[in-house]
Each structure stands twice: as structure tokens, then as C-alpha cells.
Design a protein around this ligand. Structure first.
Ligand SMILES: Cc1ncc(COP(=O)(O)O)c(C=O)c1O
Length: 400
């Protein structure tokens, strides 16, 4: 009997015990494509996008919202170009090279919102060459540098409400909270920031916040408090036309995670920020791209050591660092489902002790299966990959 895991859905799951994704048999893809490789579904990304837009529209943010895809999650050029053709979103960029790349994929500077940190003089000079770019300054240094280059222009200010939300309250995923961080301007310095902007005749038309990543339903109450804290900043700035509430919307990683209830999410937003004279903007990355990607890996060995079974694969944590860096597991799934299972640990090909994809998981016996796949590999995987141990070679494919 087919065991329907929590992660299965209409476009990802077993059909006659064979894994299918985005209308393709994954075993066929694995045979046809070089391994290791990432496969992305354009349709899943746009479905995720439409779901957010629908929730915003049904809570009064109909005409009044802007959506920027956070390309740091996945910058694969065909994906960006495809998103441009849909007209559904702009781009959130976090560095000059991301900006240039987004432009090369068809986005106009005025469709790109840039929120970066620790920018150099050369970085600012590059950014200033893009007329119409939406920029959010995250520090006094940033306001001063931009003011010198572009006096009289419009800017956004990234604030830090000293409170954040992240997946399972994981501190590493919080950008604002008890610990002081480099991100944004705190209450104590806000008046100074506004005076500095005024001294360069900069008009502050946007308030921006991004306080953490991967939040789910359990964090919505905390997220409401974050939004409430932000109102204090917005109220100080009568010239504000837009409030960008950042990204951070998460997706399930384990069976006990419930998918984010977008209706509740949008209702929470409306409770705090509905009916205001400014428009709402949002810049999700994970929610749009993460569950739209698989990493397909070739099995290298199945072997018992002491009382533990290991399954080795031809790609390591360097190809998708989130599980090792942030403790966010990427679930391995077999391409062929079988009734017999074995408890194994799936490990990669990097000489580091932390190169374990998943410890102690019941998987179909893989002796006769050449490949397996990791789910949730569509975001913060290829874009964060390194060439550690010179094992960085990986291919990406987009299914449309
Ligand atoms: C400023 C900013 N906006 C948006 C995002 C996207 O976040 P997520 O992928 O969690 O939605 C990030 C990610 O770190 C960010 O730093």
C-alpha cells in the first residue's frame, strides 16, 4: 500500500508508487539529467505567489499591495525570466550583483526593491546608476552615502522593531529581537535618521522591516506584535506611501509543521495595517520557491556500520547548506515507494562531520534504486551553494 507522507500534494507525490513532480516522473528525469541536479517547478512558484495575492486581496489589500520576489532564495535566470513574463511580481534584491542579474532577466529598475547591508562606496555608485531603483537604507551610513550621491531623491528606511519572528523561534533565523543586530534602524536612532535624510533633502516614502525567516502559524501572534511595534515608526513619517513588511513566511519541513494559514496571516496583517493610507508591500523568498524544488541525487552506497545503516549520495551539504547551518531538515524521499522500509541516515560526499542530510529516517530499501530526492530544495540551496571540497558542480532545470 502506498504510504502518503505529509509532504505529498497534487503536484508532488507517488503515482503507482513512482514519485511524480510537476507532471513528470522523477525517475525519468533522474535518468535523463546529469546528477546531482535541482529541478524547479515554475507552476508551483506562481501557484504560491497567487495564493499570497489571493489572501491579501480577500482582506482588503486588493489594489493596494506590491509583491517582490526575494531572489536571494533562488536566482536561477530562467526562473527570474519566467517570473518577469508572468507580470505577477517585482524583485527584492540584496546586493548590486543581484540587481544587475535581475535587470539581465528583464526586470526594470523601478520593479526592483533593494535592501542591502554593509554597502561599500563602490556598491553605492553601482546602485546610483539605476534610475528608478527602490532603495531601503538600513543604517545611518546608508542614508548618508545615498544622500551624498542622490540628494533630493526618495528613499525607504529599514527599521528594527527590536522584536522578530522565525521558524520554531530559532534565534539564528531572527533578524530582530533581544539580541542587537546590524539590521535596520532602532527607535533610539530613528529621529537622527530622519534628520539625516532631511539634511540631504531625501523624502522617506517607505518603511521597511524584515525581522526573521520561516515563521508558521505558531508565530503569528508574535508577528502581530512585530507589526504593532512598527506602527510607531510609520506614524513619525507623514510622507510614507508604502510599508514593506519583508518576507519570512515559512513552509513545513517536518510532519509536525502545519502549512502557514494564509487567511489567518492576511487577517492579522489587516488587523494592524488595514485601512491605512499607504500600500502594503511584501518580499517573500522561501514561501514562493522552497517547496517548488527537488534536489535529485545519485545513491553511492548502502552500508551498515555498527548498528547504523547509511545511504550515501553524490552531493553534500555544500549544495544546500540550510539543513547543516540552520538545522532545517530537507526530507529525503525515494523515487520508488516500496512496502519494506529500513531506518537509515542519508549522508553526502563531503569530508565534514556535519555532512548528514537526514539522520534516522525510515526509507524504502534503496539497494535497487539508483537515485533519491530531497524536497524543499527550491530556495536557499543552489543560491547558497559552495564549491567546498571542489564538489560544487550541480545543474539546475526549470519545468514550465
Ligand atoms: C531584507 C529581506 N527581505 C526578504 C527576505 C526573504 O526572506 P524569506 O525567504 O524568509 O521570505 C530576506 C531574507 O533573508 C531579507 O533579508
Amino acid at each position: 500500500m502506498t504510504n502518503r507522507g505529509w509532504w505529498q500534494r497534487d503536484d508532488l507525490g507517488y503515482q503507482q508508487d513512482s514519485l511524480h513532480f510537476a507532471d513528470h516522473c522523477v525517475s525519468d528525469l533522474a535518468r535523463q539529467l546529469p546528477s546531482p541536479c535541482f529541478i524547479y517547478s515554475g507552476k508551483r512558484v506562481t501557484d504560491n505567489l497567487q495564493r499570497i495575492k489571493g489572501a491579501l486581496a480577500s482582506h482588503g489589500f486588493d489594489q493596494q499591495h506590491g509583491l517582490f520576489y526575494a531572489m536571494k532564495a533562488n536566482r536561477f535566470a530562467p526562473l527570474l525570466t519566467y517570473l518577469k513574463t508572468t507580470g505577477l511580481c517585482g524583485i527584492d534584491a540584496c546586493a548590486p550583483n543581484e540587481l544587475t542579474h535581475a535587470v539581465s532577466c528583464g526586470f526594470q529598475p523601478n520593479e526592483i526593491s533593494l535592501t542591502a547591508t554593509s554597502l561599500s562606496r563602490q556598491d553605492f555608485e553601482t546602485l546610483a546608476g539605476y534610475e528608478g531603483l527602490i532603495i531601503n537604507c538600513d543604517s545611518l551610513h546608508s542614508i548618508r552615502s545615498w544622500g551624498k550621491l542622490k540628494p533630493g531623491s526618495e528613499i525607504g528606511i529599514r527599521i528594527n522593531p527590536a522584536m522578530g519572528t522565525g521558524r520554531a523561534d530559532n534565534e539564528k533565523l531572527q533578524y530582530a529581537g533581544d539580541q542587537v543586530t546590524k539590521f535596520g534602524i532602532y527607535r533610539e536612532q530613528f529621529a537622527e535618521a530622519l534628520a539625516l535624510a532631511a539634511s540631504y533633502r531625501l523624502t522617506v516614502t517607505r518603511i521597511h522591516l524584515h525581522t526573521g525567516c520561516g515563521y508558521l502559524n505558531q508565530q503569528l501572534q508574535q508577528w502581530q506584535k512585530v507589526l504593532e511595534q512598527s506602527l510607531w515608526f510609520i506614524e513619525q513619517v507623514p510622507s510614507v506611501k508604502a510599508v514593506n513588511i519583508g518576507g519570512g513566511l515559512g513552509v513545513p519541513h517536518v510532519a509536525s509543521d502545519q502549512p502557514l494559514n494564509l487567511d489567518k496571516w492576511a487577517k492579522t496583517l489587516a488587523k494592524v495595517m488595514g485601512g491605512k493610507p499607504w500600500r502594503i508591500e511584501i518580499e517573500p523568498g522561501e514561501y514562493l520557491a522552497k517547496d517548488a524544488g527537488l534536489l535529485i541525487l545519485e545513491k553511492t552506497f548502502v552500508e551498515q556500520k555498527k548498528d547504523q545503516w547509511f545511504v550515501g549520495v553524490n552531493g553534500g551539504f555544500n549544495l544546500a547548506p540550510e539543513p547543516a547551518h540552520y538545522g532545517m531538515p530537507f526530507l529525503p524521499v525515494a523515487l520508488l515507494n516500496t512496502p519494506e522500509t529500513r531506518r537509515v541516515s542519508v549522508v553526502g560526499n563531503i569530508n565534514e562531520a556535519l555532512d548528514v542530510w537526514y539522520a534516522d529516517i525510515d526509507l524504502p530499501c534503496l539497494e535497487d534504486q539508483p537515485y533519491l530526492a530531497l524536497i524543499n530544495a527550491g530556495a536557499y540551496s543552489a543560491s547558497m551553494a559552495s564549491n567546498h571540497c571542489m564538489r560544487g558542480a550541480v545543474n539546475e532545470f526549470l519545468i514550465l
